[in-house]
Ligand binder design. Sequence first.
Ligand code: NAG
Ligand code: NAG
Ligand code: NAG
Ligand code: NAG
Ligand code: NAG
Ligand code: NAG
Ligand code: NAG
Ligand code: NAG
Length: 701
Amino acid sequence: MALMIALWASLWPSGSSNAPNGSPETCWSKECVGVLAMIKNYQNASVDPCEDFFEHTCGRYSEHVMDDNSWGYVQYKQLLYQVFAIARKTNKFNSKPNEQLRIFTKSCLDRKEMDEDTFQDLRNDIEERGGFPMIDPNWNEEKFDLSDMLAKYLSINRNRMGFLSVEPYAAIEGNKSVNRLYVSPGPHWVYNWAMGISIYKDSVAFMLRRLLKLENRELNETIYDKEFAELVQLEANFSTLADYRNLALDNDNMSKSRNLTDLVKMIPEIDWIKILKALARHGTSEEDEEKLLERVTVHGAGEYFFGENRELARIATETPKSALANYLVVRQLIDVALYFYDKDQPRQNKFYNHVDQQSFCATQVASFFPMPSMNVFIESSQFKIENLKVIEEMFVKIKAEYEQIFTENEYLELEIREFLIRKLNAIDGKFGLDQYTEGKPLLEKMYETLNFLDTDSPWQVYMKMWRHWSEQLVEHIVHDTPLDPVNLKMFGTHAAYQPYPNHFYINLPYLTYPWMDADFPANTNYGYLGYVIGHEIGHAFDHFHRKLDESGRQQQYWFTETNSSNTEYELREKCLRDQYSAYKEPGYDFFMNGTHCRYEIAGDHMGIRTAFRVFEKVKKEDRFRLPGLEMSEEQLFFYNYAFRQCDVYNPNKLPRNMLARQHPTNRYRVNGVIQNIPEFAEAFNCPKNSPMNPEMKCKLY
Ligand SMILES: *[C@@H]1O[C@H](CO)[C@@H](O)[C@H](O)[C@H]1NC(C)=O
Ligand SMILES: *[C@@H]1O[C@H](CO)[C@@H](O)[C@H](O)[C@H]1NC(C)=O
Ligand SMILES: *[C@@H]1O[C@H](CO)[C@@H](O)[C@H](O)[C@H]1NC(C)=O
Ligand SMILES: *[C@@H]1O[C@H](CO)[C@@H](O)[C@H](O)[C@H]1NC(C)=O
Ligand SMILES: *[C@@H]1O[C@H](CO)[C@@H](O)[C@H](O)[C@H]1NC(C)=O
Ligand SMILES: *[C@@H]1O[C@H](CO)[C@@H](O)[C@H](O)[C@H]1NC(C)=O
Ligand SMILES: *[C@@H]1O[C@H](CO)[C@@H](O)[C@H](O)[C@H]1NC(C)=O
Ligand SMILES: *[C@@H]1O[C@H](CO)[C@@H](O)[C@H](O)[C@H]1NC(C)=O
């Protein structure tokens, strides 16, 4: 904060505006000055913008951050800390949801209690769910029932149980959006970070040592190594069967999905009905249970559930029972260890890549209590409601611009053009506050059944929290409650295009300074959030999603190889892919992979183009302008886009992770994008064939 004030102060003397009558007034709000300060301070004016616009815009950004994080991440963390700090210093909130958030915050930070916990409660819980051969020499194989144990663990850990994970999604049925439950392979399906158990070997050993200590026993490392290796192998067998590499795309291919009856027939060795019913709250009516089962959709692609060889059934019946039981317990222990283990881990540092426990807990609070976090945020930060009106207008204008682009396009055949425009017009916008206001009464209801006590141990708090999530998931599926308790990413800077059911979604924290402001001129709001909206809508028309209709169903359009729209699209996409594949990030000895990144490249490319076109149309309506008088409106548009991508070269980023990125690096999210925009070259007077103004420009639509 001190830093920012210093920056503003250095700018004041230059201010002498008094614009002529009728033209916009200079905006001296702290938001406008703040943006200008960032543009000026991050810039390295000795770099020619036509040579390297990213370096020109961000060359001195690293002087203004304490750690090596990108601009976006730094701002996001500040937002989280605002809520976190309030939660920590408040003794009691007056609403139940906020109170639950407060107790969770306290538990997450309670190192002492975590260190002193004997794990007797955990040990008892493990026993109730079917025992743990890894630490119990008397474990009775005869009593083992895979379905029973899976049911008991899935009910607290819905997405990482090896055999399956469950996830809500919205489907269009008739003209209505209906919530359904997607049963897919687990545990990799949902979150990449839940990948393979192998990296958790140390933290699981830590949990085992503490559990064994209850009986004054010690961990035999030799045996542990062997048993753990067996579990890694078991999980590898799940993932080979699921073919995770190709799963992401199949997710979009709902035409392949099947129903629960089919699954029960296919693999009767597992009691799927019992497992799914266990998600519901104890005492749920039979009628609601039936409804839940009816709403199950099963992943139908590939070999996983419906492969002819019935490999999954083979794993269920032929794997040693002790290994199956160990696997289920270990997956749950990993989730507990996430909080209790505070040592460095291979591939993940302390606190799962957070600088310290506070930073870790700040993110945990935001992701597990997004709605209450938003309550605290709004109640404390005087959220500027006008921003919402502005974003809705922007959304409508960007959509209209897409329609214009499709209409002007000279290669799309009539039928395809109409198909795209129909889909475009059906894209619905969901803005943070809609969800917030619709959700607020529901929120109270949602937290009626979560009852943390101030006296609960951290372990008890986590157990209640996980279980509550599963129960809420069932409520959402069965009663179509609009709040999806699993995908409440609303307290973050998050925007998305959801192909089912063709939604644009942006959450509330994104609709606030420094990302946007109702009083910002068009160059500032369109330069960034206009681009974000355009990017997400662009995903509806990227390599894959262009083939899906407004209900997310795949259509034959585009499929014929000889179809001229398709061949032309492929050519133009190749132009972009080749361009990006020739980019090399300084410090790394490989090139980017334009094919791997093609979805995001398409989003960026179309996002900035639509945003710029709208900006040019609406800039004359501006009431205010930023105080930086020496820059043109067009230049400011591009600066506003670029400075929010500023990043610091961080040699710790592993080449492997760099290559796995779906998004181009920040440098090329700037330079790659602007090179294809003639208006950039015009705005900065870039000579023909200068690096930022190559002759060869790509244009997808
Ligand atoms: C600014 O750019 C110039 C030219 O590339 C370079 O020599 C200088 O080190 C840069 N300044 C900073 C602070 O990075
Ligand atoms: C869906 O809505 C459209 C337009 O409102 C209408 O023509 C159509 O009959 C509706 N379909 C169903 C299944 O309700
Ligand atoms: C660990 O178990 C192995 C195999 O049962 C045994 O040979 C070894 O002595 C044990 N190590 C310790 C330290 O007890
Ligand atoms: C994994 O699959 C391989 C090959 O089918 C098999 O030999 C092995 O026993 C399986 N491992 C486990 C732990 O299930
Ligand atoms: C999706 O399903 C359709 C019809 O079964 C198939 O033709 C197409 O190849 C699938 N696409 C993907 C990406 O799996
Ligand atoms: C499940 O799908 C099959 C076709 O795969 C169909 O015959 C059956 O009627 C469906 N069952 C239910 C309960 O919808
Ligand atoms: C391409 O597909 C569209 C939509 O099915 C169709 O109208 C058009 O005739 C096709 N063109 C060619 C050249 O196959
Ligand atoms: C780039 O990514 C594509 C798609 O993921 C992959 O098939 C290809 O092998 C990659 N190319 C290189 C050079 O790594």
